[in-house]
Design a protein around this ligand. Structure first.
Ligand code: PRP
Length: 174
């Protein structure tokens, strides 16, 4: 994959000020996802460091489902959704995490055997709460999270420090 393709992909991410609330800048990756060449280039780069190390990809709702589905297809692996609470018909695990105000939770089904090696995928690593809870959730089912890969990391928020010693790879830093 060419660095030109990756640079073009980065140019397709749009920052939206004051969304979803005043003071927050939302990184809209949908224009990148809508571009076939950019989408393939970034997903290949997200997978690159973890080749041969995972059995299944776990995508975090919602944009992690899109990237995770593409990644699973490219890698020839299955995809395990990590969903916001209340959506799955057969949740086998639940993990809460802190939001700025209150808490949220993620859930997962036991649709792959204990010991399965999991690569977690999401679009953005911000405060790290969502991915830290997602890692804990996979461990609670006896799965083996081997890495985290994201499209973007907002370095100033320090989310990586919440993730322990699991390897984390990010395509774009901001
Ligand atoms: C965004 C993003 C990550 C999470 C990162 O999801 O897609 O999943 O926030 O934030 P954190 O590192 O501070 O936990 P969002 O909460 O917007 O939910 P959505 O994907 O369901 O829209």
């Amino acid at each position: 994959m060419s660095s030109a393709a990756i640079q073009r992909a980065e140019s397709l991410i749009v920052s939206i000020p004051d969304h979803p609330q005043p003071g927050v800048t939302f990184r809209d990756v949908m224009p990148l996802i809508a571009d076939a060449g950019a989408l393939r280039a970034v997903v290949e780069e997200m997978l690159r460091p973890f080749a041969g190390q995972y059995d299944v990809i776990a995508g975090v709702e919602a944009r992690g489902f899109v990237l995770g589905g593409v990644a699973a297809g490219l890698a020839g692996k299955g995809m395990l959704p990590i969903r916001k609470e209340g959506k799955l018909p057969r949740p086998a695990g639940r993990e809460e995490y802190a939001l700025e105000y209150g808490t949220a939770a993620v859930e997962i089904q036991a649709d792959v055997p204990a010991g399965t090696r999991i690569l977690l995928i999401d679009d953005v690593l911000a405060t790290g709460g969502t991915l830290a809870a997602s890692v804990a959730l996979t461990r609670s089912l006896g799965l083996e999270p081997v890495g985290i890969t994201t499209l973007m990391e907002l370095d100033a928020l320090g989310g990586r420090s919440k993730l322990g010693d699991i390897p984390v790879h990010t395509v774009f830093h901001e």
